[in-house]
Design a protein around this ligand. Structure first.
Ligand code: NAP
Ligand code: MG
Length: 402
């Protein structure tokens, strides 16, 4: 066997839960360790270890991503009441992804992975649509209240000097609900910067959409700050990259997206990005064919699969079944992280390996070797769907032969 590819700097390796944890180990063993002298700083974010460390391990892993510049993360359980019972937990800690996002203050970029045997359900799409989701604030960090009966609701801001600003929200005629949310100028500007950095690097036109006609102050602020970052920091860089920046209303953007051919970066506010990334993933084929990278304003990047821990498959695996769980997005999380490491360390051999592994994973599918989620959509229809172990072996074989 030839010598393994050396690495200069480690990456933060963040392990997770359930079926994705099972596949994580398998992908490493069969597809990476035979070729790369892997250097990682390992963080175990399994629910059990998060509980044992009182969730300190989550913040430590985020710190490692910032320090090392590159991280790769497995899917993790976000604990809820059912999980508390299942895992006999003492506390319910926040979603690890939310914790890591707030430490990295980043933007999440989601990109579908295309294969020639699966056509998107939107027939005009020729090129991928990349969603950039602002990962701070709005309804994800809001306060809500049930209103029991008639009365008035106001927004009150108390400044550091004690002075107040008030504005009425509603004169409630009866019981109902109320919601208060916020965002920060700094976070909106770093969101815009991350988007322009990604778009200029990838040479993709950039769209930003919001609803400033209705939300004149809140969404209006997003539009104004996004535009200011463009005008003052990126106008020349966009021109040099040959790309355009375009603001439009969210409803107009949706109408254009389903008629267009794709091939652009769509910057979305937090909720819009949550919904639109699932729409793009669904219409592109499978949730298991979507990569996700969280980029901080400092340039540190965390790569992961867009899907969760595939809980239902895990329970079947525990009973001894070899499930047909698709590991492609996990493989691409690793190749994304290795390629980023190679770019920062200037190690072209590692770049080439990451590209080869991606090509092997896609070529296997295009030759008919695929898991059940893809077999249900592919043309021509493969003779049989493979289980995850068979698929990974098919990729390993191509990697050896390539
Ligand atoms: P999920 O793990 O994404 O799975 C939902 C369903 O989508 C699966 O049951 C499966 O459908 C299909 N699916 C997803 N990934 C697949 C793959 N790689 N191959 C084949 N099919 C795939 O979502 P969930 O079941 O709602 O969530 C499970 C856990 O994941 C939760 O505890 C949640 O908190 C966590 N989660 C974590 C992250 C993250 O860490 N980034 C993201 C989302 C959710 P079939 O069963 O029909 O085959
Ligand atoms: Mg979602």
């Amino acid at each position: 066997m030839t010598a393994r590819i050396p690495m200069k700097t480690p990456i933060a390796e963040i392990d997770g839960d359930e079926m994705t944890r099972v596949l994580w180990a398998l992908v490493k063993e069969k597809l990476i360790l035979p070729y790369v002298d892997l250097k990682t700083e390992y963080y175990d974010l399994s629910l059990t270890n998060r509980e044992a460390t009182k969730d300190a391990v989550t913040a430590e892993s985020a710190g490692a991503i910032l320090r090392l510049g590159v991280g790769v993360k497995c899917a993790t359980i976000t604990a809820n009441a059912a999980r508390k019972k299942e895992y006999n937990l003492e506390a319910l800690y926040p979603s690890p992804n939310a914790t890591i996002r707030s430490i990295l203050d980043g933007t999440v970029f989601r990109k579908p992975i295309g294969v020639s045997c699966i056509s998107p359900s939107v027939s005009t799409w020729k090129k991928p649509i990349i969603i950039a989701r602002h990962a701070y604030g709005d309804i994800y960090k809001s306060a809500e209240m049930l209103i029991p009966g008639p009365g008035t609701v106001e927004l009150v801001y108390t400044a550091a000097d004690g002075s107040e600003k008030r504005t009425p929200v509603a004169d409630m005629k009866g019981p109902g609900v109320v919601l208060g949310m916020h965002n920060l100028d700094e976070s909106i500007k770093s969101f815009a910067r991350s988007c322009f950095l990604y778009a200029t690097a990838e040479k993709l036109p950039i769209w930003f959409s919001a609803k400033d006609t209705i939300s004149k102050t809140y969404d209006g602020r997003f539009k104004e700050l996004f535009n200011r970052v463009y005008e003052t920091e990126f106008k020349d860089k966009c021109a040099a990259a040959g790309i355009t920046y375009f603001y439009t209303l969210i409803d107009d953007a949706v109408a254009r997206v389903v008629k267009g051919e794709g091939g652009f970066l769509w910057a979305c506010k937090n909720y819009d990005g949550d919904v639109m990334s699932d729409m793009v993933a669904g219409a592109s084929g499978s949730l298991a064919m979507m990569t996700s990278v969280l980029v901080s304003p400092s340039g540190a990047a965390e790569y992961e699969a867009a899907h969760g821990t595939v809980q239902r498959h895990y329970y079947r695996w525990q009973k001894g079944e070899k499930t047909s769980t698709n590991p492609v997005a996990l493989i691409f999380a690793w190749t994304g992280a290795l390629a980023k490491r190679a770019e920062l360390d200037n190690t072209p051999e590692l770049t080439t390996f990451a590209k080869r592994l991606e090509q092997a994973a896609l070529a296997a599918i295009e030759a008919g070797d695929m898991t059940a989620d893809l077999a249900a959509l592919a043309h021509p229809v493969p003779e049989a769907a493979l289980d995850s172990w068979q698929y990974i072996d098919a990729v390993a074989k191509r990697l050896r032969g390539a």
